[in-house]
Design a protein around this ligand. Structure first.
Ligand SMILES: C[C@](O)(CO)[C@H](O)COP(=O)(O)OP(=O)(O)OC[C@H]1O[C@@H](n2ccc(N)nc2=O)[C@H](O)[C@@H]1O
Ligand SMILES: Nc1ncnc2c1ncn2[C@@H]1O[C@H](COP(=O)(O)OP(=O)(O)OP(=O)(O)O)[C@@H](O)[C@H]1O
Length: 267
């Protein structure tokens, strides 16, 4: 059985508080986008993991799909499987690729082995694998809060717009990115700001990782500026970076940006 984990972008990201567990409370809007991996599970005599496409850093046993298997196996009598992941979502990009794989793995196992997991149970397993993972269980636009794993649905449909993603050749570690931020409470919640016209977001919606990351990597700041120069209604880094996205009323010509970056149109 196969499914297709997709990426997310963060529209706004306010880091509001440091928690006693070492994590941070935040608020963000998660929006699913159509850059996808492919994930396949086959029943075999011995557990194995293989991947194709982009190289995935780290050990196989740390891959979130393999961790997901062991997590489910603790509670269910599951047979061994061969997991094949075709990696296409850029890594360390703030696109939640690994988190999407983790959540889609839980969904795939639930479907393949008719495990009968409820959405709440799937959310519970996903939360254990990483803060971003739970969003991908339902995979719908949401306002996220606490660690980024509690949700309120939002009515946000960007299908009439062209979303363009620019991926500089820089990988940013999420924990390093959090280390560079001073948490600050918000005066106005993203839960309300998201319903302003998109053209107003430039003034009201921010990503708290940008200041520090832009200082260390001016080329990311440059990519965001180029998206605005090309006519974006709104542009921002996604999550902890390094990718930046722009929301346009029609697909722009980004010719010169494409020479130094990977660009995904109409995601
Ligand atoms: C930057 C975002 O992508 C925004 O959506 C997420 O907050 C990151 O979520 P994630 O990659 O799933 O994060 P995890 O794998 O759970 O945690 C990686 C590291 O990020 C930091 N972390 C993550 C989430 C959070 N709310 N506070 C944190 O401080 C912690 O140092 C943690 O050790
Ligand atoms: N299935 C997976 N795909 C990609 N990376 C994985 C996977 N499983 C574990 N990882 C590890 O997670 C690290 C970060 O991966 P990912 O691409 O999810 O980061 P990200 O896009 O910055 O995510 P986020 O937006 O959640 O912070 C990788 O460097 C890799 O070591």
């Amino acid at each position: 059985m196969i499914n297709f984990p997709n990426a997310k972008i963060n529209i706004g990201l306010n880091i509001t508080e440091r928690r006693s567990d070492g994590y941070h409370n935040l608020e963000t809007i998660f929006y699913p986008v159509q850059i996808k991996d492919a994930l396949e599970v086959i029943e075999v005599p011995e557990l194995s993991f293989e991947s194709s496409g982009l190289d995935i850093p780290g050990r196989v046993e740390d891959n979130l799909c393999v961790k997901g298997y062991h997590l489910l196996k603790k509670d269910f009598d599951l047979p061994p499987v061969k997991i094949h992941l075709h990696k296409n979502i850029p890594i360390g990009a703030g696109l939640g690729g690994g988190s999407a794989d983790a959540a889609f793995f839980i969904r795939l196992m639930n479907d393949k082995f008719e495990m009968g997991l409820t959405i709440d149970q799937q959310l519970g397993y996903a939360r254990k694998l990483g803060a971003d993972c739970a969003f991908f269980i339902e995979n719908k636009p949401v306002f996220a809060f606490e660690k980024g794993d509690e949700f309120e649905p939002v009515k946000l449909d960007l299908s009439a717009y062209s979303i363009v993603l620019v991926m500089p050749d820089i990988h940013i570690s999420t924990s390093e990115a959090y280390g560079g931020v001073k948490p600050t409470p918000v005066s106005q919640s993203l839960y309300d700001l998201i319903y302003e016209p998109i053209g107003a977001w430039k003034k009201s919606i921010k990503n708290d990782f940008e200041n520090n990351i832009f200082k260390n990597h001016p080329e990311i700041r440059g990519a965001k500026a180029a998206l605005y120069d090309a006519g974006a209604l709104y542009a921002s880094m996604s999550g902890s970076g390094a990718s930046v996205f722009g929301i346009f009323s029609k697909a722009p010509d980004l010719g010169y940006l494409e020479q130094t970056n990977q660009v995904f149109y109409n995601i």
